[in-house]
Design a protein around this ligand. Structure first.
Ligand code: PRP
Length: 208
């Protein structure tokens, strides 16, 4: 059995669609109630649903052999796992955003609110810009509106949250999409099973 960690929520629904299309779904993940583990004996997989930010933790520690997770989380947490495939969906952008027309004069310390503190710190370090990073856990767009920060670093998908709050993308830091990841030891010892699933998924999403 391959243990597969999947993200709950927005990305989870797309992942479920993909796994269903290749016969790897288990139970009805879209109507899961509070059940967290689903088995598909025929396909030889056990799926479990965790918070998106926990997927890579399960995989890194070997509790899951493989997982599907957003590149944003891989960039933020840099877990010690193999990244096997870009699934090409769950596409969005990691951006610096702020009030329309905001121009950094380079003076003083820039206050940046974000869930992605490591990504933001690395980005501003690469620019040599002094910043005060403020860690938030959600509704990041509120921070500049209430004067908690000058700017934000966040995920932008459709851009509607920014637009509705009179904010705009100032810089794109990196493109994001869903990735298939594997535990390093599992990849050695279950290479065949993991490789087969990788090939099936690659074919389904039209990747190589
Ligand atoms: C994410 C992100 C933005 C929003 C972007 O938040 O942090 O707020 O989605 O999407 P859009 O460009 O399509 O508007 P999420 O919905 O995950 O909730 P959160 O604010 O609690 O982090």
């Amino acid at each position: 059995m391959l243990n597969i960690a999947l993200p709950k929520g927005r990305l989870g629904e797309k992942v479920h669609g993909l796994l269903s299309s290749v016969g790897y779904a288990a139970g009805d993940l879209s109507d899961m109630g509070r059940k967290l583990v689903f088995e598909n004996e025929e396909a030889g997989v056990r799926l479990f649903l965790v918070k998106p930010s926990d997927v890579a933790i399960y995989v890194e520690h070997g509790a899951a052999n493989i997982g599907i997770v957003g590149k944003d989380i891989l960039e933020e947490d840099r877990p010690d796992v193999y990244e096997l495939l870009d699934l090409g969906f769950g596409k969005c952008r990691m951006c610096v955003a702020g009030p329309k027309g905001f121009a950094d004069d380079g003076c003083g310390t820039l206050r940046v609110a974000t869930k992605f503190t490591n990504v933001a710190a690395r980005y501003y370090a690469s620019l040599g810009r002094e910043v005060d990073i403020i860690k938030l856990n959600g509704s990041i767009e509120l921070a500049p509106l209430l004067g908690l920060s000058d700017l934000i670093v966040d995920i932008v998908e459709t851009g509607s949250t920014l637009r509705e709050n009179n904010l705009a993308v100032l810089t794109e830091i990196m493109p994001i999409s869903a990735r298939l990841i594997a535990n390093k030891v599992s990849f050695q010892f279950q290479r065949e099973e993991i490789g087969r699933l990788r090939e099936i998924l690659a074919e389904a999403v039209g990747a190589k």
